[in-house]
Design a protein around this ligand. Structure first.
Ligand SMILES: C[S@@+](CC[C@H](N)C(=O)[O-])C[C@H]1O[C@@H](n2cnc3c(N)ncnc32)[C@H](O)[C@@H]1O
Length: 311
C-alpha cells in the first residue's frame, strides 16, 4: 500500500523533527499535527471548537478556566515558540474542554493520569496536569461505550494511531484488551516507544500497512482523524480490512476535508461502508463539530477470546 503524498511530506517533516527534538518531546511537536489542537488569537474567530466550548461552558467553568493560575514561562513551555498570549489561550481552551469532557465521561477517562512521557504541555487545573488529548479521548470513548452497549471488547485494531493517545486510554481502562496499531513511520516508532513504556509488550502489536494481511480477527477496529488524509484506494483497503477482521467499527473523521497535496476531497458520507454493516450510532462530534463519528456492528460476531475463535 503506498502512502499519500500528503503523509509522505508530513512524515518526512516529523522524522526531521524527531531527529532534532527526540522522542521525549513528541507531545510538543508531532502531537500538534495528530490531534492536539493549537489555539491562536489571530485565528480565533474561525474556531468552531472555541464557539462550541464557550456556548457549552457554565459561568463557573469560564471563570475557573480564566483565573486559575497559569504557568506561562519560556522554561515551562520549552520547545513551543508561541507567544505568551497564545500559551494563555491554549491553557484556557484546554481547561474549558476538560470541564466539558468531565461531564460526558461515562468510562472514567478523566480520572486517568496524563503520562509525563513525551513532555505534555504544562496545563494544570485543580492541582493536576490536564490535557486536550485525555479530554478528547473521554468524549470519544463515551460515545463508543454507549454505542457498544456492553458488548465485550478484548482486542482492538487502530489505523493511524499518532503517538498512541487512544491506545493509552483503552489499554488503561480495559486491562484485558490487546491492541494492534497499523501506521507508517515515524508514527509507528513513536507509538511503539510511548506505549511499550506504559504497558507490557504482550498487549501490543505494531503492523505496517503492507503487512495488514497478517491481522487476525478483533472485537473492535477504529480510526480517528486518519482516513481523510489517505487516498481513496487506501481507504477502501482499510475498510475491507475492518470488514474482514472486526465485529465493531468506530470512526471519527472530518465530515469533508480537502487534501491540498494529493488534491482530493474526502467526504465521510462517500466512504464505501460495506452494506452489511449495521449502524449503531452516528452524530456530529462534540467540540470538533466539523467531524462526524459513527459506530457500526459488522456482520461478524465478537471473538470468543477464551477459545481463541469466533463464536
Ligand atoms: C492526524 S493523525 C491522527 C492520529 C490519532 N488517530 C489521534 O487522533 O491522535 C493521522 C495518523 O494517520 C497515520 N497515517 C497516515 N497515512 C497512513 C497510512 N497510509 N496507513 C496508516 N496510517 C497512516 C499517521 O502516521 C498518523 O498517525
Amino acid at each position: 500500500m503506498s502512502v499519500s503524498d500528503f503523509w509522505q511530506q508530513l512524515a518526512q517533516e516529523h522524522a526531521r523533527s524527531l531527529e532534532s527534538h527526540g522522542f521525549d518531546q513528541v507531545k510538543r511537536h508531532q502531537a500538534l499535527r495528530y490531534f492536539t489542537w493549537q489555539w491562536r488569537w489571530r485565528s480565533l474567530r474561525q474556531s468552531e471548537q472555541m464557539r462550541f466550548l464557550l456556548s457549552h461552558s457554565s459561568p463557573g467553568d469560564l471563570l475557573r478556566s480564566a483565573f486559575a493560575p497559569i504557568e506561562l514561562s519560556d522554561e515551562a513551555w520549552e520547545g513551543v515558540s508561541w507567544t505568551r498570549a497564545d500559551r494563555w489561550l491554549y491553557a484556557y481552551a484546554t481547561r474549558l474542554l476538560w470541564q466539558y469532557a468531565r461531564k460526558h465521561d461515562a468510562a472514567g477517562v478523566i480520572a486517568l493520569p496524563e503520562p509525563t512521557l513525551g513532555t505534555p504541555l504544562p496545563v494544570r487545573l485543580e492541582g493536576r496536569l490536564i490535557s486536550q488529548d485525555l479530554a478528547n479521548s473521554a468524549l470519544e470513548v463515551d460515545f463508543l461505550v454507549r454505542a457498544l452497549a456492553g458488548a465485550p471488547i478484548r482486542s482492538v485494531l487502530e489505523v493511524g494511531a499518532g503517538y498512541g493517545r487512544t491506545a493509552y486510554v483503552i489499554l488503561s481502562l480495559f486491562p484485558d484488551v490487546t491492541y494492534t496499531i497499523v501506521d507508517i513511520e515515524p508514527a509507528i516508532s513513536i507509538s511503539r516507544w510511548y506505549l511499550t513504556q506504559l504497558f507490557p509488550a504482550a498487549r501490543l502489536r505494531f503492523v505496517r500497512p503492507d503487512e495488514i494481511a497478517t491481522i487476525e480477527p478483533v472485537d473492535l477496529a477504529l480510526s480517528i482523524s486518519s482516513l481523510q488524509e489517505i487516498t481513496h484506494a487506501q481507504l477502501e483497503e482499510y475498510l475491507t480490512l475492518f470488514d474482514r477482521v472486526a465485529a465493531w467499527v468506530y470512526l471519527k473523521q472530518w465530515i469533508a476535508w480537502y487534501n491540498p497535496v494529493d488534491r482530493i476531497t474526502m467526504r465521510f458520507d462517500d466512504y464505501p461502508i460495506p452494506g452489511s454493516w449495521q449502524l449503531a450510532a452516528r452524530g456530529v462530534a462534540p467540540v470538533q463539530t466539523k467531524f462526524v463519528q459513527a459506530v457500526w456492528r459488522t456482520h461478524k460476531d465478537s471473538i470468543d477470546s477464551s477459545a481463541g475463535v469466533r463464536r
